[in-house]
Design a protein around this ligand. Structure first.
Ligand code: 13P
Length: 256
């Protein structure tokens, strides 16, 4: 059996000025060494990437960006390329977050190009998938997730450079998390699909994170499921104590 090291990622979204960011990271660094065996990632806004790289230098905290433009370079005012992100010291980039899909209208075609740009730059893409409440209520969860995976992953995307995040849209920022059983069902489905797209060995080595209202109170339950290899945390990652509690829950993860 492949042992997948847990990954706890904090998506800061559009939060934290530089002063807030420095305070948050210094509080994280005070507590992080008490927890072993878990990979920890912060995803600040673009403007905070360089200063946060300094703040985390020499520590085990890794850094990711929240978005990327798919082109290598060019006349794309306001956009940031994968190479620029790499320059800051990032190792990861979140691609296909539901806010990018739904608020900014990013299509599968675009997201496929973004994932390729990230992977080609030698970075790791955290590729987000997930259904809306309407999709779930009409029994289309698996169809949607299946399409989101199939449209973007596969040929030309090195699976070693991909982490998948299952983020049901109805659970994001709502305080209503998927139950561990609901999340596990979809994670197991995703792993099966990764097996079809790549191969079963690759699928069993790929980390699949859960995101959507993860909090200290529900983290242990979610993280004890066999196919939940970590979390992509929004609101709770802005409070050092809560993010550290979720990291501790991952360290205590015992999968039967
Ligand atoms: P919340 O944890 O605030 O629900 O956000 C989840 C998320 O979107 C992480 O990317």
């Amino acid at each position: 059996m492949t042992v997948r090291r847990p990954l706890i990622a904090g998506n800061w979204k559009m939060h934290n000025t530089l002063a807030d960011a420095r305070q948050l990271v210094s509080a994280l660094l005070e507590g992080i060494d008490r927890v072993k065996g878990v990979d920890v990632l912060i995803c600040p806004s673009f403007t905070n990437l360089f200063p946060m790289a300094k703040s985390i230098a020499g520590t085990r905290i890794m850094m990711g960006a929240q978005n990327v433009h798919e082109a290598e370079k060019g006349a794309f005012t306001g956009e940031i390329s994968a190479a620029m992100i790499k320059d800051t010291g990032c190792t990861h980039v979140i691609v296909g977050h539901s806010e990018r899909r739904h608020v900014f209208g990013e299509t599968s075609d675009r997201l496929g190009k973004k994932v390729r740009a990230v992977v080609d730059a030698g970075l790791i893409a955290i590729y987000c998938v997930g259904e809306t409440l309407d999709d779930r209520d009409s029994g289309r969860t698996y169809d949607i997730v299946d399409r989101q995976l199939g449209d973007v992953l596969g040929e030309g995307v090195d699976p070693e450079r991909v982490v998948v995040a299952y983020e049901p849209v109805w659970a994001i920022g709502t305080g209503v998390n998927a139950t561990p059983e609901q999340a596990q069902e979809v994670h197991e489905f995703i792993r099966g699909r990764l097996g079809d797209i790549y191969d079963p060995k690759t699928a069993s080595a790929t980390r699949i994170l859960y995101g959507g209202s993860v909090k200290p109170a529900n983290a242990a339950g979610l993280l004890s499921e066999a196919d939940i290899d970590g979390a992509l945390v929004g609101g709770a990652c802005l409070v050092a104590e809560d993010f550290l509690a979720i990291i501790s829950a991952a360290a205590a993860r015992v999968v039967a």
